[in-house]
Design a protein around this ligand. Sequence first.
Ligand code: FES
Length: 115
Amino acid sequence: MPTDSLFRRVDAEGARTVEVTFDDQPLSVPAGLTVAAALLLGGVRQFRTSPVGGGPRAPYCMMGVCFECLVEIDGVPSRQSCLIEVADGMRIRSQQGARDLPFPQPEAVVMEVQP
Ligand code: FES
């Protein structure tokens, strides 16, 4: 859940804001930033959990390399929040563990073995 942010925008005077939600909680964040930067400024500290050990994860590189910033945006999972500009009305959700593949699973193939 959001807490006090350690980050401060230096040019925040008069900056335009947009309204988003993170895990159904409303947030007012500065416009013109990436989703990751906006959430960090909004006090969000956990963006997802590790699919391996369940540990908390948050943005690390802020340039599209580490994939620690994955979130669901407007229903689309595994978006790199450090590469997407925040927009008014975005519905952002944290990700818990591994995501399902977005592709339909193929039907099982039954093979008969001839004696
Ligand atoms: S913070 Fe590293 S890929 Fe987004």
